[in-house]
Design a protein around this ligand. Sequence first.
Ligand SMILES: Cc1cc2nc3c(=O)[nH]c(=O)nc-3n(C[C@H](O)[C@H](O)[C@H](O)COP(=O)(O)OP(=O)(O)OC[C@H]3O[C@@H](n4cnc5c(N)ncnc54)[C@H](O)[C@@H]3O)c2cc1C
Length: 409
Amino acid sequence: MPRRRTKRGGERTPLAGDYDVIVCGASFAGLAVAREVAGAWGATPPSAASPPPPRVLVLDRYEIGERQTSACAAPTAWLEALGLEGSIRQTFDRLVMHTPHSSVRFPLPWTFSTFDYTQLCHLLDDQNDADFETAKVEGRGPAGGETIEIRTDRGTVSAPLVVDALGWRRILGPPGYQPPDAPLSRGLEVHPHGSSDDLEIWIDRAIVPAGYGWSFPARDEVRVGVGSFDPRFHVKDPTVELAAQLHRDAVRYQGNWIPHRLRPATEGGVFFAGDSAGHCLPLTAEGIRTAFYFGIALGRELRAVLEGRTTREAALRRYGAFSDAHEWKFRWMLRAQRAVPRVPPRVLALASRAMASRAFTHWSFDHYLRIAPPSFVAAELGPDHQDRAGEQQHDADHARERDRRLLEA
Ligand SMILES: Cc1cc2nc3c(=O)[nH]c(=O)nc-3n(C[C@H](O)[C@H](O)[C@H](O)COP(=O)(O)OP(=O)(O)OC[C@H]3O[C@@H](n4cnc5c(N)ncnc54)[C@H](O)[C@@H]3O)c2cc1C
């Protein structure tokens, strides 16, 4: 069992105060926002006339990196772009996909790496100068006015700029978005000790009617799990069975709901990033790099407000539009998520063999990476440029989409 480091009992002193920015949630999305808002990176050099640094508070119910929230596999280029290579445990240049009638190795045009969650969070957290407190966020004060109150189990804090990076529960949004009715997938995995050279997935109705199983090695442990796009389908037994099939122990469970539909990225004056905005990609349930990507975009908007280059209202509008501009990509991924489970197994086997060609994998994986490309980290764009970059990307994506349709035809 991981050691619990979150403050308890008498350590939980009352929390109060006004801040410039409050980031709720200190995982992938929240720490990416904090890096941009309260990091030295990209900062204008201080001078005698410089305004005092902004007061930024990051809140999480657990200590940074205390509670792993995923299988922790992401494109290596994203980890490198963010200076998080130190957390990498294993790197893969191919993906093995199993269907009932085939096992196919896809050569990847870029690599995936599994990483250590605690190390990654610490490395990312080192890139900001914000205050951090462990507190459970319970909700917000009444809407209206410039300042938003955040109620926590240790007291109330407030700020004009508030980020909800709290995961799918979107605690600072309106209530009533709950499984099994909300568009959420469910995922569960075990983390036995062991090793393997292969990053593997299973698309097999015998394991899960709509979804997939995975085995993601991370040097001395293997993360074996099952995700179901249907929230009503329980994944505990399939996870245990897949682990048994792979001769792995079903120990150290970790699971959560996974959003598979975009939600408004701003609401009631609050900014949302990562799973709270449905930024996890449908079909693949890849939500780490998108949490980084949208977190960075949001952090840049907030920084522009703090530096007096834009207003809070403009930032709300622009970040909302930036997220919305990706809606059609998420819609396509959702269509694929719905279509794949309907493909008969023998057709799936034929299709996966056909898709394993180098030309096709490179073409499709490159497109997939461009939904949230690692080059975004170094772009150092101001809000206006970010808009333009978003538009240009949108145009380019439309051109690619046209190519895809032509190819299909
Ligand atoms: C089993 C499983 C495996 C996955 N594997 C992968 C993978 O390999 N690669 C990938 O890209 N994606 C994967 N995903 C998806 C990925 O985990 C999420 O999309 C990603 O974690 C979203 O990041 P986030 O920062 O938005 O939210 P989260 O990582 O969920 O972080 C939310 C943060 O908010 C904190 N918090 C929540 N509620 C409160 C509260 N009330 N008060 C204070 N703090 C609170 C939490 O402690 C946490 O630190 C997986 C998901 C699951 C369930």
